[in-house]
Ligand binder design. Sequence first.
Ligand SMILES: Nc1ncnc2c1ncn2[C@@H]1O[C@H](COP(=O)(O)OP(=O)(O)OP(=O)(O)O)[C@@H](O)[C@H]1O
Length: 479
Amino acid sequence: MKQQANFVIIGISAGVAVGILIASIIYCAIKWYKRHSHLRRCANERSSTTLPIRIHGLDTSVNLSASISNSNVIQGSGLIPRSAKSSWWRNHRKDHFISASGIPRYSYKDIQKATQNFTNLLGQGSFGPVYKAIMPTGGVAAVKVLASDSKQGEKEFQTEVALLGRLHHRNLVNLIGYCVDKSQRMLVYEFMSNGSLANLIYGTVQDCFYDLSMGSSGLFPECLSYLPKITKGKVHGHIQAASASVYSVNKFIHALGEEQVLSWDERLQIALDISHGIEYLHEGAVPPVVHRDLKSANILLDHSMRAKVADFGLSKEDVYDGRNSGLKGTYGYIDPEYMSTNKCTMKSDIYSFGIIMFELITAIHPHQNLMDYINLAAMSSDGIDEILDKRLVGQCNLVEVRALASIAHKCLHKTPRKRPSIGEVSQAILKIKQRRLAKEDTMSFAGDNLSQIMSRLGSQNIELSKLAGVHEGNEITPG
Ligand SMILES: Nc1ncnc2c1ncn2[C@@H]1O[C@H](COP(=O)(O)OP(=O)(O)OP(=O)(O)O)[C@@H](O)[C@H]1O
């Protein structure tokens, strides 16, 4: 009887234990399922915020967070593989908060240290100064310090970082970090060692004049003594400046050295690079982005003279939503249609790009009546030759110059819808390059043939002289 009771107790205990085991398995399974579905939901949410990017004509989605761990994910025609980014991008310190867009956030102290306490000034823009920075792992960057009185609110800044963090292309100056610290707002960009296209076309000298003449009373005495030497007839009239910084003066004096002249090949490549950058903004990014302030000062060049479009995020409301917004842009580059209707479209960017192409051809600044020269040149088929940058005369192929001028002209069409799309512009510029390459190929082929013929003739000549030698020998040694 007692034994029977023991069996019952053991049975019940075993049953309870099995029950507990089953219950805990079910509990764990439910928990795992819930966790798993949550992760899946997060992943879906994230992928819905990724940027569909066209690779070789196909639409594909690039998940930025995934691309950080897998450096080979982005390998489109113009897309930058993360592996190509500077090493500090990958090796950023753990305490750097990575925003939703995957852009590392830096503290004020980090930036202060990287810029050696904001001493190495690269330039001054309307948003504030730009400093060179050496990041902790040795990578070089450019830090744009937004003026603290900037009307950009916290939210706009964050939105901007989120937007910029999602736009990556080899022809855009990439945002690689940012700083929000108390009232400080800074943007960290990849460093472009050859500066802006405006500097390269017009020379730092002229750019310095703009810097120096921003004030109103008198030019720095140091600079005055250099005036006759440097202007070369470019800068006329009395230039006045109130408060030139030591930086401006140094830059000015430094600029007296040899001016770098962009070759025609470089200019053509720059035009193609810019077109690819805009093509990505207009036709690759979703939603499309209208730059709204395309100008030669916003085109930066890297160490190998490849051009990248900059400042595509700082002008407000530049994501085109079809609605009207305040007039943005720079005098001389603004589409007249946009000015009269206040409607900014992609075709307004095309107009500004047309102006930049004419700057590349003529080295005439839009503030120096470039439009008048363009209209004059348009009166004859070779009119553009008359306004070609003097430094290119005899140094370039005029057929190519005219072809680029003709594309640029179409971009300036009065009626926006009659202007070509950026895709069409890229194709047309590419054709100029391809035509040249094909010609070079033919010439080198012809060259090859010629050298083959010459060497064949040479060897035949040797054979003949050998024969002649034998013959002569026979004659010299008679009997
Ligand atoms: N990523 C960069 N790498 C190297 N230099 C830079 C970089 N970004 C800006 N600079 C330098 O800083 C200068 C000022 O740049 P910024 O973009 O602030 O102004 P901007 O485009 O010249 O004028 P605005 O702000 O009126 O459009 C540039 O002319 C360039 O010389």
